[in-house]
Every structure is written in C-alpha cells, then in structure tokens.
Ligand binder design. Sequence first.
Ligand SMILES: [Zn+2]
Length: 74
Amino acid sequence: MVRRLNAPYFGKRYIGSSETKILHDMDRETPKCKIDAIARKDIQMFEWLSIPLDMGYKGCAYCMADYKEGKLPK
Ligand SMILES: [Zn+2]
C-alpha cells in the first residue's frame, strides 16, 4: 500500500495505535495490518522510528517483523 496523505496520516511513514502500542510501516503495509481498523483517536504518526520505539511501541508481526521486540536492530 502507499502512504496516506490525508488527515490524520499526513504522509508519514509509521503509524501506531496508542491503544495496542503496535507500530506499522506504511511502505510495507499488508492487508493483515488492518490500518483502517485503528480508531482515529488512537492513531499516532511518526516519521522517525527511534521515537515510537522509545515510547514502548513494538513492530507489527506482518509489516515490521524485524522490530517485534520493540528495539532497533543492533
Ligand atoms: Zn503492520
């Protein structure tokens, strides 16, 4: 899928749900990510990966499996 340019996404690369603390990569999104099921009030967008990982987000098993542990790979 491609990045969504409209609100509340604004073309940023990473989308997280503040409820589940799961982070998705819009450039690698799969249908299983169910981005559209994230409640708008829970949506948090990030351009840089280090910020959500510091906030306790973990990568989605489908589009960010390398970040499932919630850390940048060493
Ligand atoms: Zn995902």
